[in-house]
Design a protein around this ligand. Structure first.
Ligand code: C2E
Ligand code: MG
Ligand code: MG
Ligand code: MG
Length: 283
């Protein structure tokens, strides 16, 4: 069909395709190189208790600085998934997060770190054993680790994921459903799942306070099932106020803090526990 439209268009079309394919190949090659070189970093975004403002943990978010630019995870995680590199990258993320949580616990005090896990990692039959081994290697208490899995990934093949989720849970690791509300979880499914936390997707937090239906429903659902809730993407004081009043347990978003470097996050942990010590001394 392209040919029938004339030579010029055909050439343009193929060149565009070729360029895109080349760019993709270059990205894959750089990603493979970065994986071998461990060329990633973790940023840590704080989560606070909605009722008190107290620091309760961090979400670890991968960062890749490549040729002077930071490439967003939304651009390279899907490539890492397609190529299978996510298995190695994910193992590095887990290792780094567990190592950091153990070190902070030892130096300052215990704070939880949440790690994002993608479809292919969760489907890997060796995943639960990898988590167990990583925790043991760093002496990290399992309660300090939370695994975030998006609703669509978990629900796509619940039965297949169940043994892994049960093993993680048995270790004492917490499981959070990320971007909750974007999929189509039924109450019946949720009840069977070994999960602890629902993270209200940013798009619904963004609708607050004027369109609170979905956020309300998720908080109500979580309360009925005995799960805790985290609102992601909290950007305004109005959203924060609404969420605290609605009984959402934890808040995360730019209003509280942007994702921080490991050093800046550690400073926050240190300040948090220094404050706790002061209060104990004056009590
Ligand atoms: P996510 O797990 O839902 O993470 C939350 C994303 O929202 C992060 O983007 C975070 O920086 C951003 N965010 C936090 N607060 C706000 C806010 O108030 N406003 C706005 N507009 N955005 C906010 P980031 O770091 O670019 O990560 C995007 C996604 O990439 C993550 O979504 C997660 O699905 C994936 N990802 C990140 N790190 C990893 C990783 O280590 N492994 C895997 N498999 N996926 C990861
Ligand atoms: Mg997440
Ligand atoms: Mg999320
Ligand atoms: Mg999200």
């Amino acid at each position: 069909a392209a040919k029938a439209e004339g030579g010029g268009r055909f050439v343009f079309y193929t060149r565009d395709m070729t360029e895109r394919a080349m760019a993709r190949l270059r990205l894959e090659a750089s990603l493979r190189e970065a994986t071998i070189q461990r060329g990633f970093e973790l940023a840590y975004q704080p989560k606070i208790e909605a009722a008190t403002g107290e620091l309760t943990g961090f979400e670890a978010l991968i960062r890749w600085r490549h040729e002077g630019a930071t490439i967003p995870p939304m651009e390279f995680i899907p490539v890492a998934e397609d190529t299978g590199l996510i298995i190695d990258i994910g193992a590095w993320v887990l290792d780094e997060a567990c190592r950091t949580a153990a070190r902070w616990a030892l130096d300052h005090g215990a704070v939880a770190v949440a790690v994002n896990v993608s479809a292919r990692q969760l489907a890997d039959p060796a995943f639960a054993a990898l988590v167990e081994d990583t925790l043991r290697r760093h002496g990290t208490s399992p309660e300090l680790l939370e695994i975030e899995i998006t609703e669509t990934v978990i629900m796509k093949d619940v039965r297949h994921h169940l043994p892994t989720l049960n093993r993680l849970r048995a270790l004492g690791v917490r499981i959070a459903i990320d971007d909750f509300g974007t999929g189509y979880s039924s109450l019946a499914y949720l009840r069977q799942l070994p999960v602890d936390v629902l993270k209200i997707d940013r798009s619904f937090v963004n609708d607050l306070p004027h369109a609170p239906d979905i956020a309300s429903t998720v908080i109500g659902l979580a309360q009925r099932l005995g799960l805790s809730t985290v609102a992601e993407g909290v950007e305004t004081v109005e959203q924060q106020r609404w969420l605290a009043e609605a009984g959402c347990d934890h808040l995360q978003g730019y209003l509280i803090s942007r994702p921080l470097s490991a050093d800046a996050a550690e400073a926050m942990v240190m300040a948090n526990f220094a404050l706790a010590d002061d209060m104990a001394m004056t009590a």
